[in-house]
Design a protein around this ligand. Sequence first.
Ligand SMILES: O=C(O)CCC(=O)Nc1cc2ccccc2cn1
Ligand SMILES: [Mn+2]
Length: 242
Amino acid sequence: PFNTTMNSYFMDPSDPSYEICQRVIRDMTQYGVCVINNFLGKERGHLVLNEVLEMYRSGIFTAGQLVSSPGSTEAQTIRSDRITWIDGKEPQCHHIGQLISQVDSIILKANKMSNNGKMGNYIINGRTKAMVACYPGSGSHYVKHVDNPNKDGRCITAIYYLNLDWDVKRCGGLLRVFPEGTNQVADIAPIFDRMLFFWSDRRNPHEVQPAYSTRYAITLWYFDSQEREEALRNFSKFFLIK
Ligand SMILES: O=C(O)CCC(=O)Nc1cc2ccccc2cn1
Ligand SMILES: [Mn+2]
């Protein structure tokens, strides 16, 4: 039901369209998940994809899961994506940077527009860097997990998919979300130019099923100001400054 079919061609980055923000607020409030297709439009979507392909070719991606015993095959059992973190200001990431600011403006505008200026009772004031991930496609997957199980401050997961002609029957790589409190699952194909938002906490355990083609995605996590501040306060007590 939350799988929107609206076309939201690339909007003016400084002022995302009102209806997109309304859609995000409605779906996040009702389902905790929101899918927007044709997020950037074909042309800009391809420009972002080309930058990601170029990065992957340059070999800056690292194995997703750093395990204690290096070289163990354990990484393959938890997740086998290859990732790299960027802030979008790197010279060869201009269009990825534009995507990031487009998502920023939608999230921040939706947060302001939602009732009492909070969306899901959060006040969003920051985010992580962008994590560019690639599943190499030899059955690579990600076991069921929660992004933020212990209140580290992240409240919204935003994932932009880049995979042309993706056919789940042939390529696998389905993102399956298990929304808390219902036995309904949400199956989301990682198709080109699709934007996905979901609450990062225990409401949305999810897994990536084995992928048999190379599968690219760019993820941002948005912080709730209060939860983040609390997390940093708790975290800092581990570093007693003499
Ligand atoms: O690509 C998708 O459809 C989602 C994949 C996914 O869940 N990725 C992911 C990646 C993560 C990397 C570091 C820490 C937590 C993480 C949680 N989730
Ligand atoms: Mn995840």
